[in-house]
Design a protein around this ligand. Structure first.
Ligand SMILES: NC(=O)c1ccc[n+]([C@@H]2O[C@H](COP(=O)([O-])OP(=O)(O)OC[C@H]3O[C@@H](n4cnc5c(N)ncnc54)[C@H](O)[C@@H]3O)[C@@H](O)[C@H]2O)c1
Length: 90
């Protein structure tokens, strides 16, 4: 999926709990990005249920790219978001 986004010209911003997996992803995709003239992937490992960490990561992505066109989530993480419609599930 990440490769498909890169091939479509997207700047990839990825996160996962598994730092090794992210390192492998960046190593695999950086040459492809160079070949395609696409920005290299940005990755950071943290627990997606940590709302502060997630918001900081999204803020960094927006500062870097200007905007986010799409989000793909493959982890099944649930959590409580205080103050959103009285509390929503992630
Ligand atoms: N595995 C299946 O048979 C199956 C079937 C139907 C639907 N799904 C759904 O597909 C999605 C992925 O399933 P999967 O089996 O590949 O899951 P998985 O447990 O392999 O996790 C997918 C990825 O999410 C990461 N991850 C897990 N918890 C995280 C956290 N707290 N913070 C950040 N990253 C985290 C993992 O490191 C992994 O890279 C889930 O939403 C699942 O409900 C899975």
């Amino acid at each position: 999926m990440a490769e498909a986004f890169v091939c479509a010209g997207a700047m990839l911003v990825a996160t996962d709990l598994a730092a090794d997996a992210l390192d492998d992803l960046v190593a695999d995709l950086t040459p492809l990005c160079s070949a395609l003239g696409v920005d290299p992937p940005v990755a950071a490992a943290f627990d997606a249920s940590d709302l502060d960490a997630f918001q900081a990561f999204v803020g960094g992505a927006v500062r870097r790219a200007g905007h986010i066109d799409g989000l793909f989530n493959a982890s099944f993480v649930t959590g409580h978001v205080p103050g959103v419609n009285g509390g929503s599930r992630l």
